[in-house]
Design a protein around this ligand. Structure first.
Ligand code: CTP
Ligand code: MG
Length: 235
């Protein structure tokens, strides 16, 4: 079954600080979004990439992708995004033509995910999982706190969950298309990833090994790390 990837890229990147929308910021001279599209197109299973662009940036994104060579087998579409990541993903999903029974959702803000991770997620969906997330063990101990009303004020610690049972979750997340469509039709709560919507349907979600290089570019220090990873790859 052919695989389509929806890439939400419509965020502003507030935590990165002032500048262009995050997906259009460059890493070693190439826009983050182009790195992310190439990372998906690196998988031979991927036949379509739907990029969800900043609402006023669809034209610019189309020109960018036309200007950067993608493999012959990979088609792309560009649609304008929405107010939230969830809305942007739904708009991208609406643009996936029939026939793509496996859909991946991948953050433009994770431009360096290796193809082995992409293929592992696709493999698990093809073997029958309705929803698959790449995940890593945590390096830090995690505390549950009572959030302070004022930022920076001390926060009472309530609990320390057993770290060995926790995972940090990445993208691409992979889905049986019908399940993901139903999740987006049904779940209206605010969520931070797509798999949690499938969890809310009561459907099983499985985790496969993620990768360090699939980290999300969120804050300025992440740009330094991303450019160092690219330099190590000599890109
Ligand atoms: N995203 C989107 N549409 C939105 C908000 C986010 O498509 N309305 C996308 C971002 O472009 C990014 C991914 O969702 O690729 C993950 O979101 P995040 O890392 O939070 O990016 P931003 O929302 O852009 O960053 P910030 O939260 O710092 O503003
Ligand atoms: Mg955000």
């Amino acid at each position: 079954a052919p695989v389509a990837v929806v890439i939400p890229a419509a965020g502003r990147g507030v935590r990165l600080g002032p500048g262009a929308p995050k997906a259009l910021r460059t890493l070693n001279g190439t826009p983050m979004l182009v790195h992310a599209v190439r990372a998906m197109a690196a998988s031979r299973a991927v036949s379509l990439v739907v990029v969800v662009a900043p609402p006023d940036g669809a034209g610019e994104v189309t020109s960018l992708l036309d200007a950067h060579a993608l493999p012959e087998r990979t088609r792309f579409l560009v649609v304008p995004g929405g107010e939230s990541r969830q809305e942007s993903v739904r708009l991208g999903l609406d643009a996936v033509p029939p026939g793509h029974d496996v859909v991946l959702v991948h953050d433009a803000a994770r431009p360096l995910v290796p193809v082995e991770t992409v293929d592992a997620v696709i493999g698990a969906v093809r073997e029958g999982a309705a929803a698959v997330v790449p995940a890593l063990p945590l390096a830090d101990t995690v505390k549950e706190v009572e959030p302070a009303a004022v930022a920076g004020a001390p926060e009472p610690v309530l609990a320390t969950p057993d770290r060995s049972r926790l995972r940090a979750v990445q993208t691409p997340q992979g889905f049986d298309r019908a399940t993901l469509v139903r999740a987006h039709e049904t779940v209206t709560d605010d969520v931070t990833d797509d798999a949690s919507m499938v969890e809310q349907l009561g459907e099983p979600v499985v985790a496969v090994p993620g990768h360090e290089e699939a980290f999300k570019v969120t804050r300025p220090l992440d740009l330094v790390l991303a450019e160092a990873v690219l330099a190590r790859r000599r890109l």
